[in-house]
Write a protein that binds this ligand. Structure first.
Ligand code: COA
Length: 363
């Protein structure tokens, strides 16, 4: 800061910093699923698998697939529009889209989504943290708000895994589904219901090869003729991922509780990334949490990547499985490897059922 004769250095007043109890408060929530539901029976007709195998190994009965030509932004706009309506606002300062399946590798999907939601002018960027994307996005949105850089943020987790999973790969084709979930966060106070609390975030890049789409980036470009077509598909070393998912989500959940000075018993609902029902049950067991506190909708949607946690929240809120005032712990694990958890107290929200896919309502 420059000093002038009539303003000596001692008179410098720093720009107002946000109040120390300024918090990011959840005030809108919505989920959206593409209309096409794909049952295990349907998959069993073209893959060497069965309804029994899929249900017993993963807990999944059906998932939704986008129609050909339907992109991640199309799902994100639907969820985003509903979340804004749930929050009772048409205006935000930033739009964050967490996704592994952006419409294009360049540019980001968030500016397009913002534009289609009538939010041109808002800051807009994507988060790439695979299935941990929503929790990383929540941390980013919360940081924008608590730093005083934004008063309202729309955060959308959206993925169309059906566009990157090999339809003939029976291991992955049965797990993943498409969908979008969105939340609106506003500036508020730390003691309000909905205030997003402590976070634990982490990564381990030495596990990069466990979950990847090998081609299409700068390492292995998608030049026609130079790329093995198989390298354009999502690949996962399922057994190793399974073990990491259990240990990382459990450790991250514990670390978050420690930061918040809470005990496991203080958690009313655990909402994990919906990876595989057996994984979720192991996390609950390892944490020592009563089984009925687990929130899961994997049976009806499969693993929807970055959409998974907000879709599970929207389902649980619609079915009153989560009630205002309850302490909710979110935990996620994904490619990278990445993981993250977050604690919040559930607010009273108005929102719609993500399974009500009757038509599109976005502008
Ligand atoms: N239908 C029938 N059989 C199948 C199958 C399917 N859809 N997919 C795999 N199999 C077979 C395998 O070929 C293998 O056969 P083999 O014993 O003759 O070799 C057998 O089932 C066991 O395979 P395995 O990979 O050991 O099964 P699993 O119990 O580990 O389940 C996953 C496979 C992918 C469901 C499981 O590893 C998993 O859920 N991993 C984590 C996935 C995940 O959460 N990813 C996202 C993280 S963010």
């Amino acid at each position: 800061m420059f000093s002038t004769p009539d303003r000596p250095p001692s008179s410098f007043v720093p720009p107002p910093s946000p109040p120390s109890d300024r918090a990011s408060v959840l005030c809108g929530l919505a989920g959206w699923l593409p209309a096409r539901a794909v049952t295990n029976e349907e998959l069993s007709q073209r893959l060497d698998t069965s309804d029994t195998w899929i249900r017993t190994r993963t807990g999944i009965s059906r998932r939704h697939f986008a129609e050909p030509g339907q992109a991640t932004s199309d799902l994100a706009v639907e969820a985003g529009h509903r979340a804004l309506r749930s929050a009772g606002t048409a205006d935000v300062d930033a739009v964050v889209v967490a996704t592994t399946t952006p419409d294009r590798s360049c540019p980001a999907t968030a500016p397009l989504v913002a534009g289609r939601l009538g939010l041109t002018g808002a800051a807009a960027f994507d988060i790439s943290a695979v299935c941990t994307g929503f929790v990383y996005g929540l941390a980013s949105a919360t940081s924008l708000i608590t730093a005083g850089m934004a008063d309202r943020v729309l955060l959308i987790g959206a993925d169309t895994y059906s566009t990157i999973v090999d339809p003939d790969d029976r291991t992955n084709a049965i797990i993943f589904g498409d969908g979008a979930g969105a939340v609106v966060l506003r500036a508020g106070r730390a003691d309000e219901p909905g205030a997003v609390g402590h976070f634990d975030l982490g990564s381990d890049g030495t596990g990069e090869e466990l979950i990847m789409v090998a081609a299409g980036g700068s390492r292995q470009r998608s030049t026609p003729g130079e790329v093995d077509p198989q390298d354009r598909y999502f690949a996962m070393r399922g057994k190793e991922v399974y073990r990491h998912a259990v240990t990382r989500m459990t450790a991250s959940a514990r670390a978050t509780l420690k930061l918040a000075d809470c005990e496991v018993d203080d958690v009313d609902r655990l909402v994990p990334h919906q990876a595989n029902l057996r994984i979720l049950r192991s996390v609950v067991d390892d944490l020592g949490l009563p089984a009925e506190r687990l929130v899961t909708n994997i049976d009806a949607v499969g693993n929807t990547g970055a959409a998974s946690i907000p879709l599970a929240l929207a389902d649980a809120a619609a079915q009153h499985t989560i009630e205002p005032g309850e302490r909710v712990l979110l935990t996620a694990f994904g490619g990278g490897l990445t993981w993250g958890s977050c604690l919040l107290t559930w607010p009273a929200l108005s929102q719609t059922d993500p399974h009500d896919t009757g038509g599109t309502h976005a502008p």
